[in-house]
Design a binder for this molecule. Sequence first.
Ligand SMILES: [Zn+2]
Length: 174
Amino acid sequence: MAAIRSKDTKPEMIVRRGLWSRGFRYRLNHKRLPGHPDLVLRKYKTCVFVNGCFWHGHNVALPRMEDVGCKKDDAIVNSACCKIPNTNRAFWVTKIRRNKERDREEQQRLSEMGWHSITVWECELTPKHREETLASLAFTLNHIYFQDHIVSKPYVSPEEDPLQLSIAAEECGQ
Ligand SMILES: [Zn+2]
C-alpha cells in the first residue's frame, strides 16, 4: 500500500515534466476549481488529475458494505493495482468508495463549468508505460483543442436535408 503522498508526488512530476517538454503549459493545484486539479491547462480547458491507484480505487469493484468480510466479498476481484487490505477492510472499502464518489462529483462539477477532465493513473506511469501514457495524453489534449476550436460546417440531419426529404416523400407516394 502506498504511503500518504504529498502534492509533489513522483507520478505528478512525471506528468508535469512530460507535458512541459512537449510544449504544454499549465497551472498547478488550482485552488478555486472543484477537486483542486493537479494540473490545469487553460488553453485546452482541461484539468488533469494524477491519481494514486489505491486511494482512488483504480479499476476496483467495491463490495457492498453488507458483503464485506463474507463469501460474496471474497468473490470481488481486486484489480492489479488496487488491492484492498483484509485488515480493517470495511474501513478501506468505505474510504475508497467515498474517494471515488467525490472524484466523480468533482469531475461532474468541472464538466458543468465547461472543463474537460483527464485522469492519469499511477500505474500508467511506470517506466514501461510512461512514454505511451504521456504521448496519449498529449494526443488527447490536442484532440480536445481541435474539437473546441475548429468550427465545423453546421450538421444537416437527414430530416432537414431537402434531397433526403424528397426521396422520403417519393417513397411514401406523396
Ligand atoms: Zn492503476
